[in-house]
Design a protein around this ligand. Structure first.
Ligand code: SAH
Ligand code: SF4
Ligand code: F3S
Length: 450
């Protein structure tokens, strides 16, 4: 039996792609293994978003070259593949820096993997084309056993690529132009997942709310319309979507947060910064107050919604006063969680050419303060759950025997003690305590739920 080890870095779309690559390789007789040592094929599914992420690839490749040598000495061959966004951005350069790499394959040609692997047996191969055909239409659907092994929550990429060109970001170059999968293809995949036991789907896209897929009626469907249809798929109890751009939060989508019970009250809506100068320099195409007003409208539609965001500190030219505006925005919105990063100049992006790059110490200080404030809000949000009863979808076994772990509608991790519930159940849980990363509670009968 041939074995493949897939390691995905970066965003959820890479996680999804990794699963789809496992599915296509499954057809070729490969089974997945957790360890590279016993793998005949090692695939790094890489991320190019920040400098550190792409450097990590070369460190990892150095170790894998050694592993490949050791295995060869034992008479076993190993194919080494680099996929994902570093593959797309650096192409043949990867093999110049690490000759042990057999195949470099960009995110848009995963459906060609079997053929490319065969070619690579005869010599090194690079494929970073952006082909006209839709890779998703050519990738095999996962088998029920594979779905089951991945759990009751699943990702489904519905949109790929980005036309926004934020000044700091490599995604428009590594993933190409915006593309939406047809509605029928998405529905077939969701139905298949639900039949195998999936209860919670997260629709993915670099700009998922810009979704504009072809509907069965031949018209263009929006994300809101797609989600209304997905809500009708038997078994699907929870729907989420990520990542959204503020400019694409239209009225219909906001209304879905009011009208669609399956749509979970959690929204990741990155704003990046709070000063209008910075937002303009980033090419985000909206102001801080426009974002505030948007949040107010979303909260009007769904008052209990939990919000999260991404932030970049130290964008070129960001002054102390600009940064204080970011802090003010955070204080105004009070996010339930947020990711934050020091600005990292990326080759080929406009922001990397700006002269006013900031010293590392300034970025460190700003990041520290920002994260402390977000953490305060996150803890407040979690503590406010104590004493409330919420629905929890049980997703996996907990840390200790007899424990089960799941998520609230607001994406908070919850641990319960129970021997009468199973993974995939939705239970009402009375929250008794908030730890630093999890809530703890006790299952109550649904009728008692307030
Ligand atoms: N499409 C999504 C995010 C894609 S990248 C969006 O529009 O929000 C995920 C996050 O990485 C971004 O939101 C941003 O906060 C961060 N990021 C992207 N490029 C970066 C860079 N050059 N330096 C630091 N952080 C960056
Ligand atoms: Fe990058 Fe901006 Fe596109 Fe998001 S919207 S992927 S941050 S260019
Ligand atoms: Fe990274 Fe590519 Fe995702 S650069 S964040 S893996 S789209």
């Amino acid at each position: 039996m041939k074995k493949v080890h897939i390691k995905s870095y970066g965003c959820q779309m890479n996680v999804y792609d990794g699963q789809r690559m496992a599915d296509v390789l499954g057809q070729e007789g490969y089974v997945e293994t957790e360890t590279p040592e016993d793998a005949d094929l090692v695939l790094l599914n890489t991320c190019h978003i920040r400098e550190r992420a792409s450097h990590k690839v070369y460190t990892e490749l150095g170790k894998l070259r050694d592993l490949k040598r050791e295995r060869r000495a034992q008479g076993r061959e190993t194919q080494l593949v680099v996929a994902g966004c570093v593959a797309q951005a650096e192409g043949a350069e990867i093999q110049r820096r690490q000759p042990a790499v057999d195949l470099v394959v960009g995110p848009q040609t995963y459906h060609r993997l079997p053929e490319l692997l065969r070619q690579a047996r005869g010599g090194r191969v690079v494929d970073t084309e952006l082909p006209p055909e839709d890779k998703f239409g050519h990738l095999p659907a996962p088998k029920p056993a594979a779905i089951l092994a991945r759990g009751v929550t699943a990702f489904v990429t519905v949109q790929e690529g980005c036309d926004k060109f934020c000044a700091f970001c490599v995604v428009p170059y590594t993933r190409g132009a915006e593309f939406s999968r047809p509605v029928a293809q998405v529905l077939a995949e969701v139905a298949r997942l639900a039949e195998a036991g999936v209860r919670d789907v997260t629709l993915l896209g670099q700009n998922v709310n810009a979704y504009h897929g072809e509907g069965p009626d031949g018209r263009v469907w929006t994300l809101a319309r797609l989600m209304h249809r997905i809500a009708e798929v038997p078994g699907i109890a929870r729907i989420r979507y990520t990542t959204s751009h503020p400019r694409d939060m239209d009225d219909e989508l906001i209304a879905a947060h009011r009208d669609l019970p399956q749509l979970m009250p959690f929204l990741h809506l990155p704003v990046q910064a709070g000063a209008d100068r910075t937002l303009a320099a980033m090419n985000r195409k909206h102001t801080a107050d426009e974002y505030r007003r948007l949040i107010a409208r979303i909260r009007e539609a769904r008052p209990d919604i939990a919000l999260s965001s991404d932030f970049i500190v130290g964008f070129p030219g960001e002054t102390d006063a600009d940064f204080e505006e970011t802090m003010r925005l955070i204080a105004d919105v009070r996010f339930a969680s947020a990711y934050s990063f020091k600005y990292s100049p990326r080759p080929g992006t406009p922001a990397a050419e700006i002269a006013a790059q900031l010293p590392a110490a300034v970025m460190d200080e700003r990041l520290y303060r920002l994260q402390a404030l977000v953490e305060e809000h996150r803890q407040d949000f979690n503590r406010a759950m104590v004493g409330r009863t919420v629905e929890v979808l049980l997703e996996r076994a907990g840390r200790h025997p007899g424990q089960l772990a799941g998520k609230t509608p607001y994406m908070q991790a919850v641990q319960i003690e129970s021997d009468s519930h199973a993974i995939g159940d939705r239970v009402m849980v009375a929250i008794e305590r908030a730890g630093s990363n999890s809530l703890f509670g006790r299952p109550v009968r649904r009728e008692l739920a307030a």
